[in-house]
Design a protein around this ligand. Structure first.
Ligand code: NAP
Length: 510
């Protein structure tokens, strides 16, 4: 890995504390940081280097997935860091930043490679990018990279305007847009699983697959983010980015190689092949919902409109489900169902592939068989399960289900930010959101945004702690399908004194 300087805007903020320092520390422990490395943290707060380092150390103790045990390792790690006060609007602060970076590059014999990580609100991105350009910070004989966090615009036009501004200071291949779902290890494995397993390759099409279901459900409500969330909703906050990125990673077919350009082309192909949503079809293909009061794990919770900072007449969606179709030779005719919501029964991100049922098709009378399923558990736990039918000798040769799979609990799995920061340091943009995908995703959701804004789609209330509005279940029932595992979770959580689902292995065995 090239020696470089990691310039962190927003070094005093929440994301840096909870994700970035713990991720850098775990990379350091794994020997995945360059030997020659310098981090310059930036913020308006008048911190000294020592205060900065004390805050970093505290964040490691609070948020690192590994226990922080070795004081020598911590000391060596903290040696990478320096702090500098910078207000993004003050030109002179960038000049002094440039001097500090150059001094460190000289004293540590660092090649002048610079990674600028913007862990600040998106309203500051354009100002920072242009100052990097104008101050000479970006004018280096080494490489320069820009890492940014979503949101990348609010709609198609604002995303295009925003991208145009960034493009004045950074080339597309220098921009690394973080979508942290792409950093989740199971999502990163989807492509390898396809590429290296002929069984998956052979069945990855409309001949064998009946439907695909992608779910990302949260048990939390709006939390402290009312101001942001009530103007964003599930469509902008989750669907346009994380959910469509999961779809692209899953539905893309094998690139000739796994380099980042091929991955980008593959993802773009999926978005370009997505059947456009006609305005008159939005209300039949898209379901929106808002949680009302209910109970999460037995504890009563209030409804969305009663949350602090949410207006009583809010029409904002906290749930969205949609049916999508990909019009290419592999997927034509196969429905992809996507749903995401807050205050749902369980916290889980999962993809379920339901296979067609040849037994049913040949008119067998066997009663107990169910479709084969391939399940990718993405988070909080990680697993892959294949559900097959077999014979149960003890029960008069009736068919029974058998589940084959692997399972890891959340604490064993590297954090998404570790993978993403590592890739950005190496310059590998495979698991980042590229501009053409972002633009195509905004384009695809535009009719939904317009229909929601014009109130042309019913806003269904759903009980907190459930599985979303009934209409989201009807969406699949109309095609003869149902959301997998909702029933199992409902039964598991109502059973008295049962082992927590997350402690079982595999977690989906009924
Ligand atoms: P935050 O806690 O509010 O921190 C904001 C940071 O920006 C602080 O370090 C602040 O430093 C700095 N800042 C604000 N105005 C500045 C200015 N004029 N000049 C220089 N520095 C300024 O926000 P956050 O939660 O860390 O979020 C940062 C970004 O990550 C946002 O884009 C957010 O959407 C995204 N994100 C956050 C999370 C998360 O879990 N927190 C998750 C995903 C994405 P001073 O106060 O010292 O000036």
């Amino acid at each position: 890995m090239d020696a470089n300087t990691f310039v962190l805007f927003g070094a005093t903020g929440d994301l840096a504390k909870r994700k970035i320092y713990p991720a850098l520390f775990n990379l350091f422990i794994d020997g995945k940081l360059p030997e020659l490395f310098s981090v310059i943290g930036l913020g308006r707060r008048a911190w000294s280097d020592d205060t900065f380092k004390a805050n970093i150390e505290q964040s490691l103790h609070s948020f690192s997935r590994r226990e922080v045990k070795d004081p020598e390792a911590v000391k060596k790690f903290l040696g990478f860091f320096r702090y500098h006060v910078l207000d993004v609007d003050r030109t002179e602060d960038y000049q002094s930043l440039l001097q500090i970076i150059e001094q460190r590059e000289q004293s540590l014999s660092l090649t002048p490679n610079r990674l600028f990580y913007l862990s600040v609100g998106p309203e500051l991105f354009e100002t920072i990018a242009s100052h990097i350009q104008n101050s000479g910070l970006g004018d280096t004989t080494g490489w320069k990279r820009l890492v940014i966090e979503k949101p990348f615009g609010r709609d198609l036009q604002s995303a295009r305007d925003f991208n145009e501004q960034l493009a004045k200071s950074f080339a597309e291949e220098e921009i690394f847009r973080i979508d942290h779902y792409l950093g989740k290890p199971m999502v990163q494995k989807l492509e390898v699983l396809q590429r290296t397993n002929p069984v998956i390759q052979a069945s990855w099409n409309n001949r064998y697959i009946a439907n695909v279901q992608i779910t990302a459900s949260e048990t939390v409500g709006v939390e402290e983010r009312a101001g942001y969330y009530d103007h964003s909703g599930a469509l902008r906050d989750m669907f346009q980015n994380h959910m469509l990125q999961l779809l692209m990673m899953l539905a893309g077919h094998l690139p000739k190689s796994d380099d980042s350009e091929q991955v980008r082309l593959k993802k773009r192909h999926v978005m370009q092949s997505l059947e456009p949503l006609l305005p008159q079809n939005v209300s039949s293909q898209v379901i929106r919902g808002q949680y009302k009061q209910g109970a999460i794990q037995g504890n009563p919770v209030i409804g969305y409109k009663d949350e602090a900072g949410i207006p009583q007449d809010s029409q904002n969606e906290t749930f969205i489900a949609a049916k999508l179709q990909i019009d290419d030779q592999f997927w034509r005719g196969i429905p992809f169902y996507i749903r995401t919501g807050k205050r749902m029964k369980e916290k889980a991100t999962r993809i379920v592939i339901e296979f067609k049922e040849p037994i049913k098709q040949t008119g067998s009378t066997a009663s107990a068989h169910t479709p084969n399923l391939l399940v990718f558990e993405i988070s909080p736990n990680e697993g892959i399960y294949l559900r097959l039918n077999t014979e149960d000798a003890a029960q008069n040769q009736d068919l029974t289900k058998v589940l084959i799979g692997t399972h890891k609990s959340g604490s064993e799995v590297p954090e998404a930010y570790e993978n993403l920061i590592y890739d950005a340091l190496r310059g590998d943009s495979s698991f980042f959101a590229h501009w053409d995908e972002v633009e195509l995703a905004w384009k695809w959701v535009q009719p939904i945004q317009e229909a929601f804004a014009a109130n042309e789609v019913p806003l269904y209330e759903y009980e907190a702690g459930g599985f979303g509005p009934q209409a989201a279940h009807d969406l699949l029932a109309e095609d003869g399908f149902e959301w997998w595992f909702d029933q199992e979770h409902a039964e598991a959580s109502s059973a008295p004194a049962q082992v927590s689902r997350q402690d079982k292995e595999p977690s989906l065995v009924k």
